[in-house]
Structure formats: structure tokens, C-alpha cells
Design a protein around this ligand. Sequence first.
Ligand SMILES: CCCCCCCC/C=C\CCCCCCCC(=O)SCCNC(=O)CCNC(=O)[C@H](O)C(C)(C)COP(=O)(O)OP(=O)(O)OC[C@H]1O[C@@H](n2cnc3c(N)ncnc32)[C@H](O)[C@@H]1OP(=O)(O)O
Ligand SMILES: CCCCCCCC/C=C\CCCCCCCC(=O)OC[C@@H](O)COP(=O)(O)O
Length: 276
Amino acid sequence: MDLWWLLWISLLFLVPFILMEISSGFKFHFKLVYYCAMCLLLSALAAPMCLLTNGGRTVNNMRIISRVVRTLKYFFGVRFEVKGLENFQIDGPCVIISNHQSILDMMGLMEILPDRCVQIAKKELMYAGSVGLITYLGGVIYINRKRTSDAKSIMAAVAQAMISDNLKVWIYPEGTRNNSGDLLPFKKGAFHLALQAQVPIIPVVYSSLTSFYNQKKNLFTGGTVKVEILPKIDTSGLTENDITDLTERCHQTMRQVFFRLSNKPYESNGQSNCAQ
Ligand SMILES: CCCCCCCC/C=C\CCCCCCCC(=O)SCCNC(=O)CCNC(=O)[C@H](O)C(C)(C)COP(=O)(O)OP(=O)(O)OC[C@H]1O[C@@H](n2cnc3c(N)ncnc32)[C@H](O)[C@@H]1OP(=O)(O)O
Ligand SMILES: CCCCCCCC/C=C\CCCCCCCC(=O)OC[C@@H](O)COP(=O)(O)O
């Protein structure tokens, strides 16, 4: 009898691996679920560490969170080649903006996260189980993307907090994940925030994940991500009238770097062809 049980249980374990061999779709989704499960598990492990070390919701928990998240890359065969870390060496608050491709970006975010840096996140993330808890403990700021007025007032409060608590704020100006191999147009909140707080903006660009992570092609293997931290952009003296131009300028600069890092020819949409 035991032998039969053993046979059935081992078959049960073998089934996902057999399915992964015969179906790329199954393999892609299995790996994505594995990633989410790892995030949930690591969050559940990190939460008590944060509570015991720092008591409650504080940006200091980001040190623990980043250390734990940095281990994830080894489970998924992802490597990061980072350039420009010296550009993070600025005292005081700043707004960091970067392109956003997938939930895998958490690995790239934590790979280079500077000290005392929180992120702006969609409020739905608060309800993602233990991941929601860990983002809360890390000081993540939640916004409702569908209610611009609420988002504006939250960001205005963040501008005050950045100065009083010496906080850096990381924002994904595309406002959503985008695995298309290009950058979406930028929302303006990050730039309003930088002007309201009168702090510099530091653009960060991650190369395209599409060479090893592509939902359309059910591709999810390991790979190398090139990361470039660009020199800071000063906002002193700029006013609300400069927001659109500042947004466009950052978008164009980051898009050129994105194409260069992704070894793709720069397709300007009516913009200069010289990739940086
Ligand atoms: C240990 C375990 C581990 C495992 C797990 C890992 C855990 C890791 C832990 C921790 C890390 C967590 C990391 C989470 C990351 C999550 C990322 C996301 O969720 S990304 C989605 C949410 N982020 C955004 O959406 C930002 C970008 N959006 C904006 O900034 C928008 O501007 C926003 C939302 C503020 C408003 O969006 P609009 O859709 O209305 O678009 P617009 O065009 O920008 O604004 C409309 C008008 O309002 C003005 N406006 C916008 N923001 C303003 C402001 N702040 N003040 C004044 N006016 C503003 C603009 O100038 C525009 O007006 P005119 O067209 O120019 O007339
Ligand atoms: C008890 C309830 C349990 C709920 C289960 C939760 C399932 C998800 C669990 C883990 C997910 C790990 C993801 C790590 C954090 C990802 C942050 C992120 O990248 O969010 C997406 C957001 O940038 C943009 O959202 P959209 O592209 O607009 O959409």
C-alpha cells in the first residue's frame, strides 16, 4: 500500500515539471506564481524582522527589505550591471524616477535602493497579503491613481515629509507596468513633487527585460539587466509652467538611454536620433 502512495505522490510532484516541458505557457505562469509565492513568503519572514528591529512603519525597514529582496535574483538567474551609483551620492532628499516593466522590477529597485528612500505605489498593493504588510512597514506611500485630486494632496504632503524627514522618493512616472520594449509617456506627479519640495530629480533606467521576460512570448528565463543612474536634474528656480517641458526632457533622455542599454536602434517619435 505504502509503495502505491509513494508512487502517486512522486507523480504529483513530477506533473508540473512534465507540464513545463510540454507547455511554455504553463512554464511562464508557473514561474510567475513561484515569484509571487517567494515574494509573499519573504515578506512574511521579513515582517517580524522589521517589527522586532524597528518597531513599526519606518523607512529604516527598507534596509531589511532590500537585503532580503536582493536574494531573489539568485532564485531567478537575474544579474544586474549597474553604472552611475556615484550619482546617488547626494545628501538630502530627491525624487528618483525609473521605467517600470514588470513585478520583477522589485529586484532591480532593491538592488540599488539608496538609504532613506520610499516608493509611491498604487493603493491596491496594500492588500497584497504579506507583501502589502511589508510595503506598509517599509514606509511605502499609497495613492489612488483613479482620484487625481487625492493623489495630488498626498503628494503635496509627501513634499513636506521629504524635507522634514530627509526622505528620497522613488516614483515610476509611467504609472503602470509596461513590458512593450519602449517607454510609456510620463505622468507629471513626480515632477510636481520635485518642484514642490524643491529637490533634484535622479533618473534611473533599466534595460528592456524582453530578452528574457516577455508575457506575449511566454518567455521567463534568467538574464542580465543593465541599470544606469543618470546625473541629477536640478529643479531650483523652475515653476509649474516648466513642468511639461521638464517631463518631456526626462522622458526623452531616459528613452534614449533605455534604447542604448537595450541595444536597440533609437526610434525617435519626432525626436533627435542621437541616442545618449
Ligand atoms: C521582503 C519581500 C519582498 C517581496 C516583495 C517586494 C516588496 C518591496 C517593498 C517595497 C517596494 C514597493 C514598491 C512598489 C512599487 C509599486 C509601483 C506602482 O504601484 S506604479 C503605479 C503607481 N504610481 C504612479 O502612478 C506614479 C505616477 N503617476 C503620477 O505621478 C500621476 O501624475 C498621478 C497619479 C499623481 C496623477 O495621475 P493622472 O493620471 O491624473 O495623470 P497626470 O497627467 O500626471 O496629471 C493630470 C493633471 O494633474 C496635474 N498633476 C499631477 N500631479 C500633480 C501634483 N502632485 N500636484 C499638482 N498637479 C499635479 C498634472 O500636471 C496634470 O495637469 P495638466 O494636464 O498639466 O493640466
Ligand atoms: C491575502 C491576500 C493575498 C493576495 C495575493 C497577492 C498576490 C501578489 C503577491 C505578491 C506579488 C509580489 C509583487 C511584488 C510587488 C510588486 C509591485 C508592483 O510592481 O506592482 C505593480 C504596480 O507597479 C503597477 O501596477 P499595474 O501595472 O498598473 O497593474
